[in-house]
Design a binder for this molecule. Sequence first.
Ligand code: FAD
Length: 614
Amino acid sequence: MVVEGRIFVQSFLGKLFPSSNQQSVNFARRRNFSVHCISEKANKTMEKKSLMWFRKGLRLHDNPALLRACQGASHVYPVFVLDPFYLAPDPTAPSPGSTRVGVNRIRFLLQSLENLDENLRKHGSRLLLLHGNPTTVIPALLSKWHINELCYEFDTEPYAQDRDADIKKLATKEGVEVFSPVSHTLFNPVDTIQKNGGNTPLTYQAFCKIVGKPPPPVDAPSHIPCPPEDLNNVEVVAVPTLEELGYINLVEEFSPHPGGETEALRRLDDSLADQKWVCDFEKPKGNPTAFIKPATTVLSPYLKFGCLSCRLFYQKLLAVYSRSKKYSKPPVSLEGQLLWREFFYTAGYGTPNFDRMYGNPICKQIPWKDDDQLLAAWRDGRTGHPWIDAAMVQLRKWGWMHHLARHAVACYLTRGDLFVYWEKGRDVFDRLLIDADWAINNGNWMWLSASAFFHQYHRIYSPITFGKKYDPDGLYVKHFLPVLKDMPKQYIYEPWTAPLAVQKKANCIIGVDYPRPIVDHAIANKECRERMGQAYALNKETGGHPKQEQVDALNDRLEAQFPVVESESDNAPSAPPKQSPKKAVKKVSRSPKEEPSGKRQRKLTDYKTPTKKK
Ligand SMILES: Cc1cc2nc3c(=O)[nH]c(=O)nc-3n(C[C@H](O)[C@H](O)[C@H](O)COP(=O)(O)OP(=O)(O)OC[C@H]3O[C@@H](n4cnc5c(N)ncnc54)[C@H](O)[C@@H]3O)c2cc1C
């Protein structure tokens, strides 16, 4: 049976567990094993059947929800629901994948599920995979399998919060115990905000002062009671292949980072094996163009899917530090990176409309451009700036790029060169990254666009000298943009300056085989700074909360100051870019005026909205 439609959880469970309906516990406030247990009486009279609902947290180690599901259970049903909405190929999408998710992340998820199944099988259990919408499938399974305990990891994302609230309400109404511990993050964001007097900490320093040390990871269960053979006509499926999902004839290079807990643990050990490297680690000192052996751990996709516990990572990291006299410290150390992750999770949890500009109290209101042509050139690696394009191709092909490459491309799209909405770039990252993470991605996009957290908008990365500093020979560019592989290194970051004879010899005519730059950086970044300066002034004058009309009026003034002049088709092979200030960017359109949706407003019941600017 493929479960469809909403089937209500069997009511006899409510009769068996009359006390549970009265136990109104806010699970978000509780950790690990502190949440209510099935009553003693009930335990004696009925076997415990747990449904372990995997979403993130695709692992056996440090999984308190799984551990709890196993305790005293006769059967544990380990379930994952594959939502077709996220998986179905979208032929109109700009690169292989569904509308929402690029093919690399789909592949990473499938590999992680396969590995989870393998690891469960080592314990005599197995993964029960179903297709459908979890909000209908999970309640139906509770009923079909006579489940009396539902366990899943607490998830802070707005979509998950709404989904889980609905399911929890339904389950508890029917007498099913719900256990939802925090284990995706080191700390519980709810606790952190409470410790800060109900205000969300909005600086890393303030955050670090509050949090203290995280709890240690818990062991993997020693015994996982298996699900019964008879699943009461519920049809479970094997982990599909990409081809089975409809992804055929894929020609692009895949991410070299396979998914799964086993690989995550291997990679963690591998990353921490070199004590000197760990103790000397300082970001942003690494080389963003190192792609064969990246300069950072590349553990982010494993943390994103929860193949790796951040608490285990933290514990093992501290063990390495403890063996060394000297080691780097937050914010630049590896420990500091894990704390950045926590910081953004907490900020994201406590800030209404964290994923948008409008209605977001910490985000500067800036009249960005809604220019899809510029956006598409950036997204598809066609800006004509090889460093930017190579990084965007790496993103598309591998689903990952180094932190500083993310800095470079995000700055270029927003306040550096193109002045396009940060939310548009965020969406591209959200689709293509294998580590795409709601809180971290939004937080960093606000940072890089100088919309929140970071305000030195005049500090702009050059799309020419930034990559050159790390990789003067252009090996990174040549790998991801093979069209430039024979371009002499002195022109690799500015191929439009190469004489025509050189371009011909390199089999790459600029404007024909590879685009000329869509903007002249020197001109565009000056214009961007001017725009940012005026937007910042408006935000200051209005106490950080300009009205929509004021932002619109500023947009009009900026449009008048920097009128749109369509550049003539200028692809003459050897000509350098000849943009005047007026042609620095091609098209300006007004910012969308959508209102913040009520749905996404966080329900601020147990803490105050941050009102103060830091
Ligand atoms: C515009 C932009 C968007 C980003 N989007 C994401 C995203 O969607 N998902 C994501 O995981 N990271 C994101 N980052 C943060 C960072 O670039 C990646 O976490 C990091 O590059 C991942 O590589 P790593 O695992 O080798 O990191 P390492 O340097 O080895 O760090 C270890 C872990 O610390 C965490 N971490 C590191 N840097 C940051 C940071 N700046 N903020 C928060 N956590 C951090 C990650 O979980 C990472 O795996 C973004 C950065 C920028 C500038």
